[in-house]
Write a protein that binds this ligand. Structure first.
Ligand code: FAD
Length: 282
């Protein structure tokens, strides 16, 4: 199974993010999306991880299935807040046994603003546990171009990110809409002496209302003119316009030296297909 850290040296990568489907209908939609996006020969895909409950198990099952059945690697998102070191070690054993080698190490968020519980507080602690595992995982971490909402200030955000990256192989960013947020993040990490690749996460605004909500939670600034325009369009036109805007942002990021583009698909293929065709015409 290819390691994402190796794939990133053969840039630019193109990757797609999915979330575990909530029911049978959503599971069929995800399969259909995977079938359609497979034609683009993605470098890798990734599957998010729900907080608590059976979130880890559902991600493990989907990632294992993709790695077994598809010609591209799948990366497992793994959150640590609310979990025990033993639980995480057992899950890493499962991934190693299934030949899954790519893990995105994340803190996650305590549900509904409750206090942080379990054996972990920060993603960097999870990176250490993954590094201690006998399997040689390729480890990614999250980066927040507009600064993580729990950060006291920009300087400490970058310091903690740099410390986390020092034990990881690469980072993938939260979504943002201004390319200078990404270039500034890369410059700040370079100043701190961290050359690891940072892959920008790009969100096509196919559902403006929901994406506004996610942006509020993540601290991502929403460009009002783009969102107002998209909100006024009928669904089919909105997807086309959202993909055009995301392709333009992605192209400017690649021109600025981004090692790849990670698309948040929301489990739908249409916008990602259009973006990929605009970025990488055959
Ligand atoms: P951390 O790196 O732990 O940072 C969290 C905060 O703590 C930051 O403010 C940081 O500056 C601060 N901090 C870090 N270390 C220290 C320290 N030693 N001392 C003091 N402060 C410190 N969430 C999910 O639930 N499931 C997913 O699948 C998922 N996938 C994601 C994928 C990507 C690409 C991204 C960008 C985010 C994803 N998230 C996911 C969201 C993520 O879990 C949240 O943003 C979470 O609040 C922070 O995660 P982190 O890994 O960045 O945390």
């Amino acid at each position: 199974m290819a390691r994402i850290s190796d794939l990133l040296s053969d840039r630019p990568t193109l990757s797609f993010e999915f979330f575990p489907p909530a029911d049978e209908i959503a599971a069929k939609q995800l399969e259909k999306t995977l079938d359609e996006l497979a034609g683009l020969s993605p470098s890798f895909v990734s599957v998010t991880c729900g907080v608590g409950g059976d979130g880890h198990d559902r991600t493990r099952d989907i990632v294992t299935d993709i790695c077994r059945d598809r010609p591209f690697p799948a990366m497992a998102h793994l959150t640590c807040v609310g979990h025990t070191k033993q639980g995480v070690a057992d899950l890493l054993d499962d991934y190693a046994a299934a030949g899954v080698v790519n893990i995105l190490a994340l803190a996650g968020d305590p549900p509904d603003g409750s206090a942080i519980s379990g054996d972990f507080r920060y993603a960097s602690e999870l990176v250490e546990v993954i590094r201690e595992h006998p399997a040689d995982f390729s480890v990614g971490v999250a980066a927040h171009p507009e600064v993580h909402p729990r950060s006291a200030d920009r300087a400490s955000d970058r310091r903690h990110l740099a410390a986390k990256l020092s034990r990881a192989d690469f980072a993938i960013t939260q979504f943002f809409f201004d390319p200078t947020d990404y270039t500034r993040l890369c410059d700040e990490l370079a100043e701190l002496g961290y050359p690891q690749p940072v892959v920008p996460g790009v969100m096509p605004v196919i559902w403006p209302k929901s994406i506004r909500r996610y942006a509020d939670i993540n601290g991502s600034t929403v460009p009002e003119d783009l969102f107002a325009r998209l909100e006024s369009l009928p669904a089919a036109d909105r997807i086309t316009a959202a993909a055009e805007a995301a392709a333009e942002l992605s192209q400017s990021l690649l021109d600025a030296g981004a090692p790849g583009i990670h698309l948040y698909t929301l489990n739908r293929p249409e916008a990602s297909l259009q973006i990929a065709r605009e970025l990488f015409p055959k």
